[in-house]
Ligand binder design. Structure first.
Ligand SMILES: [Zn+2]
Ligand SMILES: [Zn+2]
Length: 278
């Protein structure tokens, strides 16, 4: 008797669970690790992931948002590359340092099709734009474009995936206002000055009406030399954009800023990487 009732009871219990899920939806998993989210957060990233992402909290470059540590950078409030050749960005922020867990998450988004990671990182980037008053005047979000051939190979543009979330969260339109008109070599194989030459004239504004007279936010996954973001900012400004802010999931740290002056170069940038935009 009991044996025959078991399947019925099991069916009833799964029906009850489904009914309960309709009333109280089960918590979504963390967008980055797929682990459980705690009930007391509005974010889609769990506290364990937040702890591991390496948020840039301390001294940072006023121009690009990169973490800086040496005394000189603290005085000038600029990282060395920005002090030497400031990017065309009016202000920039990056959520975390491009290293460790952040690097792994970005690689998942960029090379393994983990698009849910864009939801997690995009929310954190939007939060950054909310807490930085300089971004308050922005009226549109512009993703750094991929070259059409690279887009066909990858199937998506990770910067556009991030920009979509940032736009949703900030209530701003996402405008594909810039196109990559020249295919560039992967930035990771180039020196810093080569990166700047590589990206100069690589971009062209294609929707000037959407940015003219407006402050806009350029979104990309990684900020390394700033060459890419700066070239996009130049083309947006040529199209009439007023101020251009940069918003990045991560910025590389400068080894040179973290060691005493005069004892080394920017060696931290030399690690082998799959193609980054720069
Ligand atoms: Zn997580
Ligand atoms: Zn900087």
């Amino acid at each position: 008797m009991l044996a025959r009732a078991r399947p019925v009871l099991a069916a009833l219990s799964s029906l009850a669970r489904a009914a309960l899920d309709l009333i109280v939806p089960p918590p979504e998993p963390c967008a980055l690790c797929r682990g459980p989210l705690s009930a007391d957060t509005d974010l889609c990233v769990c506290t364990a992931c937040l702890d591991k992402l390496g948020r840039i909290d301390g001294a940072r470059c006023a121009r690009c948002g990169r973490a800086v540590a040496c005394g000189k950078a603290r005085r000038t409030r600029l990282c060395r590359p920005c002090a030497a050749a400031p990017p065309a960005l009016d202000a920039g922020r990056a959520y975390g340092v491009y290293d460790g867990y952040m690097r792994a998450v970005i690689h998942g988004l960029k090379y393994r099709g983990d698009l849910l990671a864009a939801r997690g990182l995009g929310e954190l980037m939007a939060w950054l734009a909310c807490v930085d008053p300089r971004f308050g005047t922005a009226r549109a979000v512009v993703p750094v474009p991929l070259h059409p051939r690279r887009l066909r190979e990858r199937g998506y543009n990770q910067a556009a995936e991030l920009a979509r979330v940032v736009g949703e969260e900030l209530g701003l339109p996402v405008v594909e206002a810039v196109a990559r008109v020249r295919e560039t070599q992967p930035q990771s194989s180039l020196s810093w000055s080569q990166r700047r030459r590589n990206t100069a004239r690589a971009f062209q504004a294609v929707a000037p009406g959407a940015v003219r007279g407006r402050d806009v936010i350029v979104v990309d996954d990684i900020y390394t030399t700033g060459a890419t973001a700066s070239a996009v900012a130049v083309s947006l400004k040529r199209a009439g954009a007023r101020r251009v802010y940069g918003l990045f999931a991560a910025a590389s740290s400068l080894t040179r800023d973290l060691i005493p002056e005069g004892t080394g170069g920017i060696r931290g940038e030399k690690r082998h990487e799959p193609a980054t935009n720069g």
